[in-house]
Design a protein around this ligand. Structure first.
Ligand code: GLP
Length: 260
């Protein structure tokens, strides 16, 4: 796993946007996996800026969201589909019909999970999957003790995750109990995984993800099994990493032609 320690969230956004720009430029029909949450926001802001400068187009890019709440009406502002439109896809030139998310309003949720898996497969698979991380080490909504081989399915959110996400709702009880999420097995099939994290609240989860033993209690440790996983953090999220000096020197000594 490569670890890139950046000085601040803006630099984090630039480094990850460089990798996405390179992908979208070299592979015009690229498939990009999107994540909601606070850490990827500087990545989206930088991509929007480059798009507005005419430097990058997403017209032929297909996008897949990681997860979605179950039971919120489709036009609720906190559905992940509405959130990603607001924060990213409505501000670039990707057609809305090319940006997909699991449908948390489907009457048959099991069939919806299967349909979503098939849609990802039919696209040729995800080239680069952006990931955030929960304070308990979850990715997507794969909460602790999720199977490391899991596929897209319905998950019950932990009280901790509902509490973390309560800030987006008028009351904590309004946070849905369930979500649809790509499974860890699904996520591991993406060709490049880029996990981003900023802020001190993520420091413990990042240290466990990078340096801890692989295990279902910290779902993000599954990235250690992936041949091309990159963890991009700011100084605060990196604060508990034991081998930080090594990560810094490895990144500085990378061949100039190589992005993350
Ligand atoms: C939710 C999402 C995750 C995201 C996490 C962290 O649980 N399902 O995909 O990584 O929030 O969000 P934040 O970066 O806002 O803390």
């Amino acid at each position: 796993m490569e670890v890139v320690v950046t000085s601040n969230p803006t630099e984090l956004g630039t480094i990850v946007a460089d990798a996405i720009e390179q992908l979208v430029t070299n592979v015009p029909n690229a498939t990009l996996g999107l994540a909601t949450g606070s850490s990827p926001l500087t990545v989206y802001a930088e991509l929007i800026r480059r798009h507005q400068q005419g430097r990058i187009s997403f017209r032929r890019t297909t996008m897949f969201l990681l997860d979605e709440y179950v039971g919120l009406p489709a036009d609720h502002p906190e559905t992940y589909r509405m959130t990603i439109r607001r924060e990213f896809t409505d501000q670039i030139d990707v057609p809305d019909s090319s940006a997909h998310g699991p449908d948390g309003t489907a009457t048959d949720l099991l069939a919806e999970c299967q349909r979503y898996e098939e849609k990802i497969t039919a696209s040729g698979g995800i080239d680069l999957q952006l990931l955030g991380i929960g304070t308990d080490g979850h990715i997507g909504f794969n909460e602790p003790v999720s199977s490391l081989a899991s596929r897209t399915r319905i998950k019950t959110l932990t009280p901790g995750t509902r509490n973390d996400n309560a800030r987006f709702f008028t009351s904590p009880e309004e946070v849905p109990q369930h979500a649809l999420t790509q499974g860890i097995g699904t996520i591991l099939e993406a060709r490049h995984l880029v996990l981003v994290a900023s802020g001190a609240t993520k420091a413990e989860a990042i240290a466990k993800t990078v340096e801890g033993p692989i295990g279902a209690m910290v779902p993000a440790t599954s990235l250690q099994l992936h041949p091309h996983a990159t963890v991009v953090v700011d100084e605060s999220a990196a604060a508990m990493l034991q081998r930080i000096d090594y990560y810094r020197s490895a990144y500085l000594n990378k061949p100039a032609w190589q992005t993350i």
